[in-house]
Design a protein. Structure first.
Length: 366
């Protein structure tokens, strides 16, 4: 008879369980060591909003972070590399990269981010990067277009799947039109600018960079300035669920640098330096941004808080997207947003009171 067979079955089971427990306890430090607390690289993506001579994520605080190297500085001691990629295909191309698991953090306009989320992209909205950006209608020389009502039957470009499509459709609705009443062409921004200057199209709808065309005979008869939330554009920073879950501390540190840049970009004393930075980085010159921000408070444009005003805007974008057929699935905005990272950064920077939290009507909350 073997020694094992002489031991009672219950005692044998207890011994096996104890041995298993000791094995798991011994391997726990190894398992923990295999789960890194920080990534080796942070992959950041955004639309390409410059001339292409320098990668430019747009006239927003993220461009300040990039130009000043604040993320690289933040993570240098941790040996974490920061990779910046801009996409000429704008929001749709950024969303494709997220779907392919090629990016960790992205900057997107409101509609593009909503489209991605509605299609199942595993993202969370972690900070607001820009509020109430304006859009413009650029008209080809001699086209004789003064309003959106004049676009009926005309050949007009708008980059579909980007934030500009929502105010474009809102203007059309205001004029009693839809995209079906026009010959809508889906062109990227460089292609649109060239086409309207060459009169290959009658008009194009886009951002502040259309001011660059004024000296080429192009006119800007319509803009969203003063039109309110249904026409203005928000933009935000998103991170993948996987990145946030694995690296919550790194996410907070990343957002902290964005909040730092937002505070710098909100200071009116830095207006000239800010416009020059954007002009240099974009290759477009500061006059474009002087026109966009003329008469507008920098502080109101750059609050990073995910407050009721921001949540309300994104809910409106979802509702409009469903109504216009731009998205097919609803997005639960309340479950999507993750304001804890901004609030933690504000507390660490002692900037909790720098920007008031706004209610859904844009008024400071008590």
């Amino acid at each position: 008879m073997s020694l094992l067979s002489s031991v009672s079955p219950s005692l044998t089971r207890r011994a096996l369980i104890a041995a298993t427990g000791l094995l798991l306890a011994a391997s726990a430090p190894l398992l923990h060591a295999q789960a890194p607390a920080a990534p080796t690289v942070i992959r950041i993506g955004s639309p390409e909003l410059g001339t292409g001579t320098k990668p430019f994520p747009g006239a927003n605080p993220l461009a300040v972070v990039k130009a000043k190297g604040w993320l690289e500085e933040e993570f240098k001691a941790d040996h974490i590399k920061v990779e910046w990629t801009t996409f000429r295909g704008a929001g749709p191309a950024v969303n494709e990269a997220v779907a392919a698991k090629q990016l960790d953090v992205v900057f997107l306009g409101d509609l593009a981010s909503v489209i991605g989320k509605s299609r199942g992209l595993p993202t969370r909205l972690i900070a607001v990067v820009g509020r109430n950006s304006n859009s413009y209608l650029a008209v080809a020389p001699g086209a004789g277009i003064q309003s959106f009502a004049d676009l009926k039957g005309r050949k007009v470009s708008v980059l579909k799947g980007t934030a500009y499509q929502r105010p474009f459709d809102a203007f059309l609705a205001e004029a009693g039109l839809t995209e079906k009443d026009l010959k809508v062409v889906n062109l990227d921004w460089p292609g649109s600018k060239a086409a309207v200057v060459n009169r290959d199209i009658d008009a194009t709808f886009g951002g502040a960079d259309l001011h660059l065309l004024l000296d080429k005979g192009v006119t800007l008869p319509v803009s969203t300035k003063g039109k309110g939330p249904a026409f203005s554009i928000y933009a935000s920073l998103l991170a993948t669920d996987d990145f946030i879950t694995r690296y919550p501390a790194v996410t907070t540190r990343l957002v902290k640098q964005l909040v730092r840049a937002s505070q710098w970009a909100s200071d009116e004393a830095n207006r000239a330096a800010l416009l020059q930075l954007w002009g240099d980085q974009s290759g477009q010159g500061e006059a474009v941004y002087k026109a966009e921000f003329d008469g507008e408070s920098l502080k109101s444009r750059h609050s990073p808080r995910i407050d009721e005003a921001a949540v309300s805007v994104y809910k409106s974008v979802v509702a409009d997207g469903l109504k216009l057929g731009l998205i097919k699935q609803n997005v639960d905005v309340d479950a999507w947003v993750a304001p804890q990272f901004v609030e933690a950064a504000l507390k660490e920077l002692k900037a909790e009171k720098f920007w008031p939290a706004l209610d859904r009507n844009g008024r400071p909350q008590p």
